[in-house]
Design a binder for this molecule. Structure first.
Ligand code: GUN
Length: 291
């Protein structure tokens, strides 16, 4: 079994981006600038956004963190998005999800200028992705594709089983892996909460992507010998041995799967860091397209 090391691979990507940023700056170009909007104080979202800002610093991007109170109205958030859409200094921005219940996520996603939608969540960018046109591919699916590519994992003609049909991960992943491209050309099965015979489908997977947010869901008996296992889960579970009081748990039961598969992404250190690197890649693309 070989570990698909997202930590190391993402560092490589950040180094590549930092070199490009240096070049842009030394030739008098505009420094890429990412803004992140955080509504409320959800612990996990706080961490994600803080990491995004830290990543920007490392590669030489400018970043702006906009914190809005939990009680911010939908109208106020939409006004902030309008402001960011028109701000010539900002190349791309994200609104961290989930949002408080009183705010309609779809309305927010639709309000973001597609040219600045570095999350790739808006219909125009998702549509471009479906058609194989240049676009911002959302960060987690893009990070997984990048990992498969950089580890030269053969995907053509393989059976890929994806567990979970979220708009952010499962659904775009199913499209990317079935496209006529490399990585791609998989035969894809997308499993979800109404699927039957889940374990049987999983056992037939050459590539298994688990993205349901249920710690330890995929066990060794569900994995084919020699499969590639991609674990997208990052659920916080109580762990008194940690200073923070929690540990991150993947959707895959690593210990029972590791001796059956050929490749596996660990949690932490697999898909998570790749997701972060993808956001930087998209922000650089946005800067280049705008300037
Ligand atoms: N919440 C969890 N993942 C993401 C992400 O990739 N983008 C945004 N905006 N919110 C998230």
């Amino acid at each position: 079994m070989q570990i698909l090391d997202g930590k190391q691979t993402s560092q490589q990507i950040r180094n590549e981006i930092a070199a490009q940023v240096q070049q842009i700056k030394s030739s008098g170009g505009k420094t890429p600038h990412l803004a992140a909007v955080l509504v409320g104080t959800d612990g996990a979202s706080e961490t994600y956004v803080a990491n995004k800002v830290k990543d920007c610093e490392e590669v030489g991007f400018d970043s702006t963190l906009i914190r809005l109170d939990e009680t911010t109205s939908e109208e106020e958030l939409l006004a902030k998005i309008d402001e960011l859409n028109r701000d010539q200094e900002i190349d791309g921005f994200i609104v961290q999800l989930p949002l408080p219940d009183h705010i309609d996520e779809h309305k927010v996603t639709l309000a973001i200028d597609p040219a600045k939608d570095v999350d790739g969540f808006c219909p125009e960018n998702l549509g471009n992705m479906c058609l194989g046109l240049p676009t911002f591919v959302s960060a987690t699916p893009n990070g997984i594709m990048e990992l498969l590519d950089r580890y030269n994992i053969e995907t053509s003609g393989k059976h890929c089983v994806i567990i979970g049909r979220s708009n952010i991960v499962g659904t775009p992943m199913s499209i990317l892996l079935s496209r006529n491209s490399s990585p791609g050309n998989c035969t894809v099965t997308l499993l979800h909460s109404r699927s039957k015979d889940i374990a049987d489908y999983c056992r037939s997977a050459d590539i298994l992507v688990a993205a349901i947010g249920k710690p330890g869901y995929v066990t060794g008996d569900m994995v084919k010998e020699g499969a590639v296992v991609i674990d997208v889960g990052i659920t916080r579970v109580a762990d008194s041995s940690k200073k923070s009081g929690f540990a991150l748990a993947g959707d895959v039961d690593f210990d029972s799967v590791k001796d059956k598969c050929a490749f596996i992404t660990p949690v932490p250190g697999g898909v998570g860091p790749m997701t972060r690197a993808s956001l930087l890649q998209n922000t650089l693309l946005a800067q280049k397209a705008r300037n």
